[in-house]
Design a protein around this ligand. Structure first.
Ligand SMILES: NC(=O)c1ccc[n+]([C@@H]2O[C@H](COP(=O)([O-])OP(=O)(O)OC[C@H]3O[C@@H](n4cnc5c(N)ncnc54)[C@H](OP(=O)(O)O)[C@@H]3O)[C@@H](O)[C@H]2O)c1
Length: 277
């Protein structure tokens, strides 16, 4: 048995690879460069189907695959032929990351991939995380440079989840004796509004950090600067729904996996990320 980790150089995939290695599961990572030290890795690009057999040529024992779907282009068109190749090569189980608001079979990029995977007749789990705690580090420039968090979310709250907790949910789904063959929300243990986060960042950094509301149009324009239009529109819609409490509803949901890591601990441990120096 070998587990293929696509997106293994990224946030969730990297954390998952470390968990698998610590538990002595054989793994291989795919990445566009084909390098993911200290792990074995192969070249793989969603936009280039000629790379889809590379993992299986490098390790014929791959029977489980963790999937971070592409974040540009048509996700279903790109993943569909890969699922086919993987099943032909002996893969029995897939674990796919989508998002809380991407419903199976809806018209979203990830909703379509979810539906396709569920209809393949293989073992699968779809994990639908809410917003990541680590976003505050990855998209830190407005906090660092202007002392503000920009959002369209109003007073809406989010059970921010850590990448470690998402990786743990993926680890469990990949290694469980029996596959769940369903989807789960993956959320953190506490609800936070961006006002709450701004107040916590004010305490952590010692500078006044504010949450400034922007319009959906402003947000969409900024998303379009760094992502495909269709993904930008989807993410803008998802963000817009937070104000009405859509992410709060997942707390206590029977299909929610609730992580342990807390946002405040992340802010304390990484305060240098928002330092002006
Ligand atoms: N951030 C959030 O709040 C949030 C919330 C819910 C869901 N999500 C979902 O979570 C996922 C992001 O997870 P993440 O943060 O772990 O990702 P990430 O850190 O952004 O990493 C993306 C990974 O995908 C790989 N990749 C990118 N383009 C590729 C391509 N054309 N072919 C093959 N591999 C490619 C990258 O590898 P190389 O560069 O090495 O090729 C990298 O390993 C997305 O599906 C996103 O929609 C995010």
């Amino acid at each position: 048995m070998t587990i293929l980790v696509t997106g293994g150089t990224g946030n969730i995939g990297g954390a998952l690879a470390r968990l698998l290695q610590a538990a002595n599961y054989p793994l291989i990572i795919s990445s566009r460069k084909g390098v993911a030290e200290p792990f074995k890795a192969v070249k793989f690009d969603w936009s280039d189907p000629s790379t889809f057999e590379n993992p299986f040529n490098a390790d014929p024992n791959i029977d489980r695959v963790f999937v971070i779907a592409p974040i540009s282009g048509d996700a279903l068109e790109q993943t569909k032929p890969f699922f086919k190749v993987a099943i032909e090569k002996g893969v029995k189980r897939f674990v796919l990351i989508t998002a809380t608001q991407a419903e199976k079979g809806d018209n979203s990029q990830y909703g379509k991939v979810h539906e396709h995977l569920a209809n393949l007749g293989v073992e699968y789990t779809v994990l639908r995380p809410t917003w990541f705690i680590e976003n505050f580090g990855q998209f830190s420039h407005t906090i660092r440079e202007n002392d503000e968090i920009l959002s369209v979310t109003g007073k809406g709250r989010i059970p921010f989840v850590s990448v470690q907790d998402i990786a743990k949910a993926a680890f469990d789904a990949l290694t469980a004796e029996k596959s769940a063959n369903t989807d789960y929300f993956v959320i953190g243990p506490e609800l936070w509004s961006y006002d709450d986060v701004a107040a916590a960042l004010t305490e952590v950094t010692g500078r006044k950090i504010v949450h400034r509301l922007i319009s959906l149009e402003e947000q969409l324009a900024s998303f379009k600067l760094w992502m495909d239009e269709e993904y930008a529109i989807e993410l803008n819609t998802y963000e817009g729904r937070i104000a009405s409490g859509i992410e709060e509803k997942n707390v206590g949901h029977p299909k929610a996996i609730t992580g342990k890591h807390k946002l405040r601990d992340y802010l304390e441990a990484n305060k240098q990320l928002w330092s002006k120096a």
